[in-house]
Design a protein around this ligand. Structure first.
Ligand code: PRX
Length: 604
């Protein structure tokens, strides 16, 4: 409980000011440490941290480690490829050299401070190099999640996917594409990573950036269907991810840390690239799958590199749990000290398996709740300091002040359940939706003026522990990835055979939630297996493999209110075969329900 109380009373400028002393600042900040308005009624929403200071994150995570902390020979990443024998390592000094070289390549291609650079690469060291090279010259990276080149025994051709995307963008100012693995070539736009790098100098002065200059944009699903470009800025994000990494994983200099996320997701940005490198940590960077060549792969890697801190998602834990404890126990895992989880609520059964089988009850489990928007952990235990409760993200991190509101926006006291909101910013919170500040205000600050609205439901128990109950909006969480129902519905709606679509989630033993789609077909079109497969393919191609629907049900009509709104709440119950449908008084035509129950898709 002390941890919870502490975070309410500590002094923000003193706490963060002390931490900032460990970093390099070209010039010091002049104004307040954290200046903000969180209340739409008082004017525009803004958050500013350390205004007036200038710095460069790349300098802080590489040059400072190599030159001041003398960590040049320390391994920054052990890279483990898809095939077990495919390995390499890179030290801090080597990483700095490569980053400077690629920064010079970017400059030679005309990239300058403030330009946006899209990166579409698999889980390789060159991805980190590309990110940090952008940061070094003050360019803003936007990483598009890729599935990797090799995943298990499948070869995924990123080049074809990227060429297809580029066809659409070529008219809007994409000049150059740099490729680092053998791919079919288009000499007009494609250039080779290695030959560009080999001619480039390995010295590059960093571009000094203002604290509130943009650092990166990361697109995440929006509940209206159109993805939002979440924008993070330089200084606050740097301090926040460095500190949460250090305290939440109880970072020690001889640690070997492994986060299994993809760098293209926020977890990879904050806790593979920026947080660990800011601390001078050694990490494992893994390109493959947890099940290839067999389901022991994770634990083999843990033993091979003597991993001490391990961070993964509940969906991976549930996947491996299916195979029992034998594949885990083939390896001894004695090096492990802290186990982390992120991305979705972890069910107590998976938590217990992780704690007892993987960690042999020796390792605290840190269930970290956060979002692309929060930049870093906001509700989380601190290992060994916070008594754990399986399935609870426990308490707020220092300086984070959550509240739980009811539907009328009143703050609830004591044990309660409602909307999870935050009353004040922390340095790492997002600053805007790229190119659409109004959308930022509407999405996060309008429903309950004076608060940042997370979109998640939450329960607080009698001991003050926070328990995330899931999304309160039309968002789904499939294998730790947020998807909006509207996004999937519009992908389905683009098919000529579909007149209307409604998408809900159905619980899934491994993925947490899966997509269950109801489609009303255009007149005269019949529902069959071929159409079903076509619709699945359409969604996969428009949004990505993660969004592939598990179920598509033919729905001659959908349950709607008298004002014509689809009642997704009712559809969710049908998808889950729950007979108690709650209040149906606003339902326009109750006869549709029986039909939908009869046509339900069965199976897992
Ligand atoms: O619903 C919450 C869930 O994931 C959402 C954020 O998704 P995204 O922006 O993609 O970032 C994922 C990685 C940080 C949240 O709104 N979520 C994330 N972590 C947890 C969680 N739900 C419960 N417990 C968690 N530990």
């Amino acid at each position: 409980m002390r941890v919870a109380q502490l975070s309410h009373c500590f002094l923000i400028p003193e706490f963060w000011g002390d931490i900032a002393k460990d970093f390099y600042w070209k010039s010091k900040h002049t104004g307040q440490f954290l200046d903000y308005n969180f209340d739409v009624k008082k004017g525009e929403i803004y958050i500013k941290c350390m205004e007036g200071a200038t710095t460069n994150i790349c300098y802080n995570v590489l040059d400072r480690n190599v030159h001041e902390r003398k960590l040049g020979d320390k391994v920054a990443f052990y890279w483990e490829g898809n095939e077990p024998g495919d390995v390499m390592k890179v030290t801090y000094r080597e990483l700095l050299q490569q980053v400077c070289q690629f920064a010079n390549v970017l400059k030679s291609q005309g990239v300058k401070k403030g330009d946006r650079v899209s990166i579409y690469m698999p889980m390789v060291v060159e991805l980190v190099v590309a990110m940090l090279a952008c940061v070094r010259i003050g360019a803003v990276h936007s990483i598009v999640v890729s599935n990797g080149f090799y995943r298990g025994d499948k070869l995924i051709n990123l080049k074809v996917i990227a060429d297809d995307a580029l066809q659409k963008f070529i008219l809007c100012g994409v000049f150059t594409c740099v490729w680092f693995r053998q791919v079919p070539w288009n000499p007009e736009v494609d250039q080779c990573w290695r030959s560009l790098l080999s001619g480039a100098s390995d010295e590059c002065e960093p571009e000094w950036c203002d604290s509130e200059d943009p650092l990166f944009i990361l697109y995440t699903s929006g509940s209206t269907g159109k993805p939002k470009g979440v924008l993070h800025t330089v200084s606050g994000y740097m301090l926040y991810v460095a500190t949460t990494f250090k305290l939440v994983f109880d970072y020690q200099p001889d640690d070997v840390y492994w986060c299994t996320a993809d760098i293209g997701w926020i977890t990879g940005h904050s806790y593979i690239t920026y947080g660990p490198l800011a601390n001078g940590a050694t990490s494992v960077l893994f390109e493959g799958l947890p099940t290839y060549p067999d389901v022991s792969r994770m634990w083999e890697i843990v033993d091979k590199y003597q991993v001490t801190k391990f961070y993964t998602a509940p969906t991976a834990i549930r996947l491996l749990m299916k195979y029992g404890s034998e594949p885990v126990q083939k390896y001894n895992r004695e090096s492990l000290k802290v186990l982390g989880t992120v991305g979705e609520p972890i069910n107590p059964e998976a938590w217990q398996w992780y704690y007892s089988v993987v960690g042999e009850k020796r390792c605290p489990v840190v269930d970290t709740f956060w979002q692309t928007e929060t930049g870093g952990h906001v509700l989380t235990p601190l290992p060994a300091a916070t008594p754990m409760k399986p399935g609870s993200a426990t308490f707020p991190f220092f300086g984070v002040v959550p509240a739980i509101l009811n539907e009328s926006g009143e703050e609830l006291e004591g044990p309660c359940e409602g909307y999870l909101v935050f009353k004040q910013p922390w340095p790492g919170v997002m600053r805007t939706v790229y190119g659409n500040h109004q959308r930022f205000e509407t999405t996060y600050f309008k429903k309950f003026p004076g608060y940042y609205v997370s979109g998640d439901g939450c329960r607080r128990d009698k001991d003050g522990y926070y328990w995330i109950t899931g999304r309160m909006d039309d968002m789904l969480n499939v294998s730790g990835h947020l998807l909006s129902t509207a996004e999937v519905e519009s992908a389905l709606g683009e098919h000529a055979a579909v007149a209307e679509a409604a998408v809900v989630s159905r619980l899934h033993p491994v993925k947490g939630e899966s997509l269950y789609c109801f489609v009303t077909l255009t007149d005269g079109v019949g529902f069959n297996r071929t159409l079903e497969a076509e619709l699945k393919k359409q969604v996969r191609e428009k949004i990505g493999a993660i969004a592939t629907p598990d179920f598509i049900q033919n729905a001659p009509s959908l349950p709607k209110t008298r004002s014509g709104k689809i009642m997704r709440r009712v559809l969710r119950k049908i998808a889950r075969n729950e007979q108690d449908l709650g209040d149906l008084s606003t339902l326009a035509d109750s006869s549709v329900i029986e039909q939908l129950f009869l046509n339900r898709c069965c199976g897992a």
